[in-house]
Ligand binder design. Structure first.
Ligand code: ZID
Length: 231
C-alpha cells in the first residue's frame, strides 16, 4: 500500500482532513502534520471522539492517522526558529517541529524511503484582510514564507524520502492570476509563487527524485483558515 503525509491538518473542516480521508478510502496509510499551536486541541478533539463522525470510512472502519507530527513550516531547521518560539509552551512540548525535524522523524519511524504521497495543505497570511496596498513587508514575507517557500523546502527535504513515481501536491487559489479583492496580505502573491514554483519543482524534482509535483486550484470551503476571511 501507499504511504501518504498530509501537512496542514488541525481539525476535520479543512481540505487536509478531506484529502487524508480520501487517501485512506483509496487504501493509503496516512500521517498528518499539525501546526504546534493547534496540536493540543486537535489531539483532544480526536481523543474525545469529537471527530468520529467525520472519520467514518465507507468500509465501516475509521480514519486512523499512522503518525501526527508537529510542524511549523516557517522553519527549515530548529536552529532557525527564534528563541521566543522555541521556548513557547505550545512548542517546547512537541520536540523538533521544523521541516528537517519532521523528515528525520519519518526516517526514524519508517526507514529510508517511506513516502509515496505528500500533500501540502497549509497557508497563513497574517495580514490577509489588508489590501496589498496596505500590506507590510513583514506580513507579505510571512505569507510567502509559510504559504509558498514551505513547499520548496518540503520538496527539498522530503524528495529524498519519496519512493519512485511519488507525488507532491499542494492547494492554490485563483487569486494568483486574477484580481480578487479580499485575498490580501500578500496571499495572492504567495499563490502566484506557489504555482510558478510548482512548474519548476516538477522539472527539477522530476529529474532529481523521480517524483511529480502538482497544485490544485481549490474552490471555496468554509475551513478554519477561510472563515477568517469570510468565505
Ligand atoms: P485549514 O485551516 O484547514 O488548513 C490550513 C492549515 O495550515 C491549518 O491546519 C493551520 O494550522 C496550518 N498552518 C498555518 N500556519 C502554519 C505553519 N506555519 N506551519 C504549519 N502549518 C500551518 O484551511 P484550508 O483547508 O482552507 O487550507 C488548506 C489549503 O487550501 C491552503 O493552502 C489554502 O490556501 C488552500 N485553499 C483553501 C481555500 C478555501 O476556500 N478553504 C481556497 C483556495 C485554496 C480559497 O481560499 N473562493 C474563495 C476562496 C477560496 C476558493 C474559492
Amino acid at each position: 500500500g501507499k504511504r501518504a503525509l498530509v501537512a496542514g491538518v488541525a481539525d476535520d473542516a479543512g481540505y487536509g482532513f478531506a484529502i487524508a480521508k480520501a487517501l485512506a478510502e483509496a487504501g493509503a496509510t496516512v500521517s498528518v502534520a499539525t501546526w504546534p499551536p493547534a496540536l493540543k486541541i486537535f489531539l483532544n478533539l480526536l481523543e474525545r471522539g469529537k471527530m468520529d463522525d467525520s472519520r467514518r470510512l465507507a468500509s465501516g472502519g475509521m480514519l486512523e492517522f499512522e503518525r501526527i507530527y508537529p510542524l511549523d513550516a516557517a522553519f527549515d531547521t530548529l536552529a532557525e526558529a527564534p528563541e521566543d518560539i522555541r521556548s513557547n509552551k505550545r512548542y517546547t512540548e512537541t520536540g523538533d517541529f521544523s521541516i528537517v525535524g519532521m523528515a528525520e522523524r519519518l526516517v526514524a519511524d519508517f526507514g529510508e524511503r517511506p513516502l509515496d504521497i505528500v500533500v501540502h495543505s497549509l497557508a497563513n497570511g497574517p495580514e490577509v484582510k489588508k489590501p496589498l496596498l496596505e500590506t507590510s513587508r513583514a506580513g507579505y514575507l510571512a505569507a510567502v514564507s509559510v504559504s509558498a517557500y514551505s513547499l520548496v523546502a518540503m520538496v527539498q527535504r522530503l524528495g529524498p524520502l519519496m519512493r519512485p513515481r511519488g507525488s507532491f501536491c499542494s492547494l492554490t487559489y485563483m487569486a494568483s492570476e486574477r484580481v480578487i479583492p479580499g485575498y490580501g496580505g500578500g496571499m495572492s502573491s504567495a499563490k502566484a509563487a506557489l504555482e510558478s514554483d510548482t512548474r519548476l519543482l516538477a522539472f527539477e524534482a522530476g529529474r532529481k527524485f523521480g517524483v511529480r509535483v502538482n497544485t490544485i486550484s481549490a474552490g471555496p470551503l468554509a475551513s478554519r483558515a477561510a472563515s477568517a476571511i469570510g468565505i
